[in-house]
Design a protein around this ligand. Structure first.
Ligand SMILES: Cc1cc2nc3c(=O)[nH]c(=O)nc-3n(C[C@H](O)[C@H](O)[C@H](O)COP(=O)(O)OP(=O)(O)OC[C@H]3O[C@@H](n4cnc5c(N)ncnc54)[C@H](O)[C@@H]3O)c2cc1C
Length: 428
């Protein structure tokens, strides 16, 4: 059957543009439909991209990609209202620690690369549905009254994908699987950022904070440095916000007012505010990844890994887009776009280490649901260091006594702590 395009891609986020670029570069006819005014205009994330998958596609991407800073400094801060304990790691030869970027610029740049390779991009088009033929195979999409046909549809429409739903690849969303993310971009002069984070001009810092920032609800806060702004935000379990009747915006304000954070944001001007859902259940929320005439990529497939110390979404989205393009190419060689032909996608997702990692860390999301990680343990860590540096004239204690007392004073079970440590080491 002749079709309008080889492939229609719904969504010009990183997964959609990666698929479009790979396909167009190999001479296939590709249409990308994006509901936003421009690619990236509707997209929200924390701030850092791990580049390995992008460099597979565009090895010299750093020449013109809108990179803000290369992350050379990583910190984790455990916080209570009035204390904090922070780890710091610095390395200036760590290209794999990623770069910071604005999604509005990055997504536009990436989609433009796909267009230069030969893909057609129509922004401000919202896809409403998929079109089935009489054999129940998907043969295109519907936007308003318009139908466009293709050999394959790639659903790259993000965390709240309607395409996977319309294609019958997923059931109702489960609110337990989602967190709520909010973010502000705060403008500061670049020399002020360099001074406050102790970094040089093009180097960047990434900070993850746990405990007080979410008022001890499940989630955490992040800060990333851009050239002349910082991205600051929170990701909090949606059900925890609802159950505790907490406004995520007031959590962010409290976080910014904490003495350890106010000294970072002081004098800055809020330039942007955004919010988005984060699919965080990993392996447990994967939809069916392929059907007759359709593949699912990136967040639409729940391909996101948040281990607390790393937050991977964009890199996995790009890898899955590459795998989807490779799947199409082998299906086209056989002229077979049935579900069984497209099942090769799973194998390719393993080869690109997307499903490999999501499966490997499948215990992670369950482990990360443990409330103690966000309340008891940050408080315990701060309490231990509070005591360690407290010289009050009483006989000074050994570290083991301090730890034992802090565990007792915080009503923490030693066995529970031990088990959680072992489980954490196995899950993360
Ligand atoms: C608060 C927060 C912090 C994060 N931090 C990070 C981070 O620091 N690093 C990282 O790697 N990941 C991070 N992520 C995750 C990351 O943003 C996603 O994993 C990534 O954007 C997924 O890319 P995608 O292309 O699959 O989907 P998206 O980027 O969501 O793109 C989907 C695209 O589809 C379009 N679209 C949707 N529906 C339709 C439709 N019906 N018709 C047409 N177009 C449509 C949307 O407008 C959008 O452009 C974060 C996420 C959040 C919410």
């Amino acid at each position: 059957m002749s079709t309008d395009y080889d492939v229609i891609i719904v969504g010009a986020g990183p997964s959609g543009s990666a698929a479009a670029y790979s396909l167009a570069k190999n001479g296939h006819q590709v249409l990308i439909l994006e509901r936003g005014k421009e690619p990236g205009s509707k997209n929200v994330y924390g701030g850092r991209i791990y580049p390995y998958s992008l460099s597979k596609l565009i090895p010299d991407f750093a020449d013109d990609a809108p990179i803000e800073r290369n992350v050379t400094k990583e910190s984790i801060m455990f916080m209570t209202e009035n204390s904090s304990f922070q780890t710091n790691f610095s390395s200036d030869h760590s290209v794999n620690h990623g770069f910071t970027a604005f999604r509005s610029k990055f997504d536009s740049w990436f989609a433009q690369k796909a267009v230069e390779a030969g893909a057609e991009l129509f922004p401000e088009i919202k896809v409403d549905d998929v079109v089935f033929d009489e054999n129940n195979s998907i043969i295109g999409i519907k936007s308003g009254d318009d139908e466009i046909t293709s050999k394959l549809v790639i659903a790259a429409d993000g965390a709240t994908s309607i395409i996977t739903k319309k294609a019958g690849l997923r059931n109702q969303f489960n609110s337990e699987h989602f967190s709520v993310g909010i973010k502000e971009v705060i403008e500061l002069p670049s020399n002020v950022i360099n001074d406050r984070f102790c970094i040089s001009e093009n180097n960047g810092a990434a900070l993850v904070c746990v405990g007080f920032p979410t008022n001890y609800l499940r989630g955490g806060a992040f800060i990333y440095t851009n050239k002349s702004s910082i991205s600051i935000g929170l990701v909090v379990k949606g059900t925890d916000l609802v159950n505790s009747k907490t406004q995520v915006s007031s959590l962010l304000n409290n976080f910014k007012n904490h003495p350890d954070i106010s000294c970072i944001v002081n004098g800055g001007k809020v330039a942007e505010y955004s919010a988005h859902l984060v699919p965080e259940a990993g392996f447990n929320m994967l939809p069916k990844l392929f059907g007759n005439g359709i593949l699912v990529c990136g967040d639409a497939a729940g391909m996101l890994l948040n281990n607390g110390y790393t937050f991977r979404g964009v890199d996995l989205a790009i890898s899955s887009g590459i795998a989807a393009a490779e799947t199409f190419i082998s299906a086209k060689n056989k002229n077979d776009f049935s579900s069984s032909s497209l099942s090769n996608y799973e194998k390719l997702l393993h080869e690109h280490n997307v499903l490999t990692d999501i499966k490997k860390f499948k215990k992670g999301p369950k482990y990360m649901e443990n409330q103690k990680l966000y309340s008891d343990y940050p408080k315990l860590i701060c309490n231990i260091f509070e005591s360690l540096y407290n010289i009050d004239g009483n006989s000074q204690k050994f570290i083991r006594e301090i730890i034992r007392n802090s565990i007792k004073n915080n009503n923490i079970s030693t066995l529970g702590l031990l088990l959680d440590s072992i489980k954490g080491a196995n899950a993360l």
